[in-house]
Design a protein. Structure first.
Length: 301
């Protein structure tokens, strides 16, 4: 009787890959709850209470906002341990823990900084550090530059950028018209917060780098490349990417009436990346749209 030689290393590796549960599905559910369900529900509840229940009562609004922050931090801490216990190796190898560490400790760090400009700079530097710490491991940053080595990819990138900008402004016109039907003011709270930078030359320069340089690169890596890729390019990841992108711009202002204004850019860039796997036109579109908005802020201030 012939006995086949057993490859111990291969057998051991196969055994390691056997898991008693669907880690991808479990991680997806937890991620969706952390990123969408809980924050959106809390923000919507705060909006309802502030507009219809506690309107005019400043003390109650401040108390509720404090409880909202504490509840959000508590949920982040719980989800941190859920992720770690469910699939610790995936949690560590993909460096997802960086996101949770940032969300847990950034409010505490920024609370000691009284200057709005200084806190914004530190917040952005922390985000940049976390994003690049995660993406450099997967060769995301260097990988997309390789697409620009031939003229064909350059021409395709330019065409996609032009088409994307046209789609963005068309959707923006539709969404802005819908927003005016139920919004009490024409300017969103997020845009009003940006006006704080326009008082000094230093603030204007800082706003340019934050909105036109850092934001397009960081946000496209996070909401398009990372979020869609980590969900294996599925349509759920695409939908999740533009919902979270829009929600990011209102999560600190609770400005639900203007959330539609932030959907077009996420929809267009998410669709382009979903179909082409090319992040360059997404960054280009984001840069041009933010640059136009920046120039309009300077001209109309």
């Amino acid at each position: 009787m012939n006995l086949e030689k057993i490859n111990i290393n291969q057998t051991f590796n196969q055994f390691k890959n056997i898991r008693p549960y669907d880690t991808e599905k479990t991680s997806l559910i937890v991620f969706a709850c952390v990123s969408i369900v809980f924050p959106i529900v809390l923000n919507f509840v705060f909006y309802i209470l502030s507009e219809f229940v506690f309107k005019g009562n400043t003390n109650l609004l401040q108390s509720f906002r404090l409880w909202y922050v504490l509840a959000n931090l508590l949920f982040q801490a719980i989800s941190f341990f859920v992720f770690a216990i469910r699939d610790f190796r995936w949690f560590v190898s993909n460096r997802i823990y960086c996101y949770f560490i940032y969300t847990l400790f950034s409010p505490l760090i920024l609370s000691f900084i009284s200057s709005f400009v200084a806190s914004t700079i530190i917040d952005f530097l922390l985000k940049i550090a976390i994003v690049f710490f995660t993406f450099f491991r997967h060769d995301y940053v260097l990988g997309f530059f390789k697409r620009l080595k031939n003229w064909k990819n350059i021409i395709i990138t330019i065409l996609l950028t032009a088409i994307g900008i046209g789609m963005f402004y068309l959707l923006s016109f539709i969404m802005t018209s819908l927003t005016k039907l139920f919004a009490t003011n024409d300017v969103s709270n997020n845009q009003e917060s940006l006006n704080k930078y326009l008082n000094t030359t230093y603030g204007i320069i800082l706003l340019f780098f934050l909105s036109c340089i850092f934001a397009p690169i960081i946000e496209e890596f996070v909401f398009r490349m990372f979020l869609i890729d980590i969900l294996n390019g599925k349509w759920f990841g695409y939908i999740l990417s533009f919902i979270l992108f829009a929600f990011l711009h209102i999560q600190n202002t609770f400005d639900w009436t203007h959330i539609l204004m932030y959907l077009p850019l996420g929809i267009v860039n998410g669709l382009i990346y979903k179909l082409t796997k090319n992040i360059v036109p997404c960054i280009s579109i984001h840069f041009i749209c933010n640059l136009v908005a920046f120039i309009s802020l300077i001209v109309t201030r």
